[in-house]
Design a protein around this ligand. Structure first.
Ligand code: NAP
Length: 288
């Protein structure tokens, strides 16, 4: 198994553990740092940026937290065990999963030219891999803490009935405004993010009986490597800074998304599940 050698970053482990996928750069990095500051043990998953992931872990440790890095391709189902094992073996449990890893299309092709390879490249990571990782982590979370008798659904209930609120454990899916915004040159990305919307509803309904709430965060246009290409940046600069695209007239920052994650991680939304949190400068507001 291609398991990270001694990447364990040492300080005293804390009571709660989060897995953040795609945490080496951009939004995932900001989420990992923010959760570390909240005294979560953080499992930092990355795909190819090992040095960047180590740097995130070091920053968490220097701030007094605990972190573990794990290389794994979210789109490759055989890698998922490495992610769960990193949390289980080092910290013993998982309280929060943040499904952040995602890719943009390699080629922005018109919908009528979209290739099967391009479709698979995006869907494999952004939807299929994310679904099966969530399934696997959810099973592990349930094994760790089966529902108490008071919350156990009747034998006959299909999929479970929520008799209580969340017990502080949660899953957060980083989707996008692309879940409902049609971009004709990256249809595969939009379809994957729309799929994350239904995935959120499904797991929210299924896991409530186990005290696990599920949330979807829809970032708007956030300044990261994903949006730093010259043409893309120029397009968004024009729309945001010169045009009227956003009520809040600035680019989003990775930290804006991390703040929403922290609100969930702190348990501030215990009676909400399947909830969408828009972190988009007001992009979603229809205006006339
Ligand atoms: P980014 O800067 O390109 O960073 C992507 C992160 O995901 C990196 O840490 C990368 O790891 C990791 N990753 C990519 N493929 C992976 C895989 N197969 N397995 C594991 N990790 C993988 O992207 P970002 O802008 O921060 O985006 C993060 C999430 O927010 C994505 O789901 C994206 O769709 C979503 N989002 C972004 C924006 C935006 O404007 N930026 C807007 C809405 C939604 P390596 O560094 O190792 O490659």
């Amino acid at each position: 198994m291609n398991f990270e050698p001694k990447s364990a970053f040492m300080t005293t482990p804390c009571a709660r553990t989060a897995i953040v996928t795609g945490a080496s750069r951009g939004i995932g990095r900001a989420i990992a740092l923010a959760l570390g500051a909240q005294r979560f043990n953080v499992v930092i998953n990355y795909h190819s940026s090992a040095a960047a992931a180590q740097e995130v872990a070091q920053a968490i440790v220097q701030a007094g937290g605990a972190a573990e890095t794990v290389q794994a391709d979210v789109g490759h189902l055989a890698d998922h065990e490495k992610i769960v094992a990193a949390a289980r073996d080092r910290f013993g449990a998982v309280h929060l999963l943040v499904n952040n890893a995602g890719v943009a299309p390699k080629v922005r092709a018109d919908l009528l030219e979209l290739s099967e390879a391009g479709f698979d490249q995006v869907l494999d990571t952004n939807l299929k891999g994310t679904f099966f990782l969530t399934q696997r982590v959810a099973r592990f979370m349930i094994e760790q803490a089966p529902p108490p008798e008071s919350r156990r659904p009747p034998e006959s209930a299909q999929g479970g009935v929520a008799l209580s609120g969340g017990d502080g454990r949660a899953i957060i899916n980083i989707a996008s405004i692309s879940a409902y915004t049609a971009s004709l040159n990256r249809g595969e990305y939009c379809m994957a993010k729309a799929g994350i919307g239904m995935m959120t509803q499904l797991f929210a309904a299924r896991l409530a009986a186990h005290g696990i709430n599920v949330y979807e965060i829809r970032p708007g246009i956030i300044a990261t490597d994903m949006t730093s290409g010259q043409a893309v940046k120029a397009k968004y600069d024009k729309l945001i800074l010169e045009g009227d695209l956003l009520p809040i007239r600035r680019w989003g920052r990775p930290e804006d998304v991390a703040q929403a994650v922290v609100a969930v991680a702190q348990g501030l939304l215990p009676y909400s599940t399947g909830q969408v949190l828009d972190v988009d400068g007001g992009f979603h507001i229809r205006r006339l």
